[in-house]
Ligand binder design. Sequence first.
Ligand SMILES: NC(=O)c1ccc[n+]([C@@H]2O[C@H](COP(=O)([O-])OP(=O)(O)OC[C@H]3O[C@@H](n4cnc5c(N)ncnc54)[C@H](O)[C@@H]3O)[C@@H](O)[C@H]2O)c1
Ligand SMILES: O=P(O)(O)OC[C@H](O)CO
Length: 346
Amino acid sequence: MEQIAVLGAGSWGTALAMVLADNGHTVRLWGHRQDQINEINEKHTNEKYLPGIELPEAIVGYADLCEALTNIETVVLAVPTKAIREVLRKVRECLKQPITIVTVSKGIEPDTNKRISEIIEEEMAGAFLKDVVVLSGPSHAEEVSRRQPTTVTVSSKNMEAAERIQDLFMNHHYFRVYTNPDLIGVEIGGALKNIIALAAGITDGLGYGDNAKAALMTRGLAEIARLGSTLGANPLTFAGLTGIGDLIVTCTSVHSRNWRAGNLLGKGKSLDEVLDNMGMVVEGVRTTKAAYQLAKKMNVEMPITTALYDVLFNGKDPKAAVDSLMSRVKTHEMEDLSNILGERKY
Ligand SMILES: NC(=O)c1ccc[n+]([C@@H]2O[C@H](COP(=O)([O-])OP(=O)(O)OC[C@H]3O[C@@H](n4cnc5c(N)ncnc54)[C@H](O)[C@@H]3O)[C@@H](O)[C@H]2O)c1
Ligand SMILES: O=P(O)(O)OC[C@H](O)CO
């Protein structure tokens, strides 16, 4: 059994700390707010992020990052994408031993357009970094913390490291972990499904029905796969847990912050109003910007992403954005899907 550090005491960091504790590990859960760490240690709860959940005693809260990292081999990084560089710079200053970083966040950085594993490699270059492992898939913290059946996928450039992390997280009770060597596909699917979930929330908020949502999910997956395969992903990954699996869970669940944010936008709230009231991270907003930039750079057609970009950043009315998607020129579905699969042999 291992001592593992989880950095980020929000919903996901806390839920994953619970999985590790249930699997017999001791977890140091680091958060940057002293009051929250006191609550974790004194009451064994984290009410703001996981209301009504009792945390196992094997989870110990730490407010001091260097203390949390002392003699630790495995670090789970569970802060919003926006905070990753800042946290890694502090991690570098503390480290005295090599670590494997397990990233569980889902986003692409605007402007650099980097995936999280790329950001980690960049920030940790020359430091004590052994491996980077990505953990992604259809998994709401609210359900994992209630020990409800959940499946995720791990990926890495080093699949031996991924298999070690698979063993740390997997249990035969409620948390099943698969492996997939397609690091790019796993990261792109997990990040870009948030864009489609925002759009699905918008159409629900506008009062449109299941037909609209099914259309967004299906054509959304096509554009995720189109960009992903252009970036070097295996298109088959998008048929897996980190592709269609995560798209389903995020577009159809009231737990999804991205869906909820979209829903409020569809009901007429402004982006600022929505983000001010959410209280938790809505990764899809920044990722829409990054995907829009990538689509332009790589010359990949991403109509849903572009329509959402216009709603979020150019003040376009959500209904007008749906109308513009519906009035696009006619096209061939099979030709489009075949182009995504391309000539490559997988
Ligand atoms: N919640 C889920 O169900 C879930 C599931 C899978 C993946 N994720 C991903 O996990 C990542 C984290 O999401 P979450 O749901 O835990 O978010 P959250 O909003 O619930 O919590 C984020 C946590 O990060 C902390 N934080 C923010 N900025 C920080 C900084 N600069 N330094 C230190 N801590 C900081 C906040 O205080 C908070 O504790 C996101 O990328 C999200 O997409 C979430
Ligand atoms: O609440 P969301 O929208 O950030 O989604 C959470 C997870 O990514 C679902 O797999």
